[in-house]
Design a protein around this ligand. Structure first.
Ligand SMILES: Nc1ncnc2c1ncn2[C@@H]1O[C@H](COP(=O)(O)OP(=O)(O)O)[C@@H](O)[C@H]1O
Ligand SMILES: [Mg+2]
Length: 211
């Protein structure tokens, strides 16, 4: 649904974590987690301002990147690990973030730096995969954060747009993917791509337990 059919395209899901799917006509589908996306941005604005998330990235847009903090965040070994890989709140959480913030750093600058971390880690993952994306289509809640999309454009020097622009509502992509996985399980077809999950081969995913 998200591939262009002709041009190499990256699908980027910006949920709690970010993950990339690399779609090109002449190579097998690849995919992996890139690192934290909304998880840290949500945790920081909740901790400092009691808000659930930074609507449209409006707060982050008012600060400046703290280069030293960004460097300490990017030093997490997950970013340099080769795919297949996945990450979660066990690595990227408020405690880890707070352990890296210098006293006196303006809270708004932390939010801006976290947005930059998401953009830079996606750009670094694309470079490391040597994937020359013609464009990046974005889904997940982060697709509604226009400041983050701007930073992604700057970091990747690539066309970045919401999947909405290719006819797929960004907040329905994951639900459709899970419906697809359920369909595969019910029809006893493999639902995984071994290069993505790290499995030894194609596998039927899940189990069905009638009530
Ligand atoms: N308008 C918006 N502006 C900024 N961020 C948003 C907006 N809408 C959703 N989000 C972000 O998207 C997150 C939810 O994304 P989602 O893809 O559902 O995550 P997950 O699949 O990991 O649960 C929210 O926590 C919030 O950070
Ligand atoms: Mg998600």
């Amino acid at each position: 649904m998200l591939g262009s059919g002709t041009q190499p395209r990256a699908a980027l899901n910006l949920g709690g974590m970010s993950n990339l799917t690399l779609l090109a006509a002449d190579q097998p589908v690849l995919g992996f987690d890139c690192g934290p996306a909304n998880v840290l941005m949500d945790a920081w604005i909740e901790h400092t301002r009691g808000m659930r998330y930074d609507h449209d990235g409006m707060w982050a847009a008012q600060g400046t990147v703290d280069p030293a903090l960004l460097e300490r965040l990017m030093a997490h070994p997950f970013f340099a690990t080769k795919p297949p890989k996945s990450c979660g709140r066990e690595q990227f959480n408020l405690n880890w973030l707070r352990s890296l913030i210098s006293p006196g750093t303006p809270p708004v600058d932390v939010q801006t730096t976290l947005t930059e971390l998401t953009a830079q880690s996606v750009a670094a993952a694309l470079r490391r995969a040597r994937f020359a994306a013609e464009e990046i289509v974005v889904c997940g809640g982060g697709a509604f954060n226009s400041y983050l999309l701007r930073r992604l454009r700057a970091a990747t020097d690539t066309l970045v747009r919401s999947t909405a622009e290719i006819g797929v509502a960004p907040d329905t992509v994951e639900a459709m993917a899970f419906a697809w996985l359920a369909h595969c399980a019910l029809s006893r077809e493999a639902g995984n791509i071994p290069a993505v999950t790290g499995a030894r081969g194609p596998r039927i995913l899940g189990a069905i337990w009638p009530a």
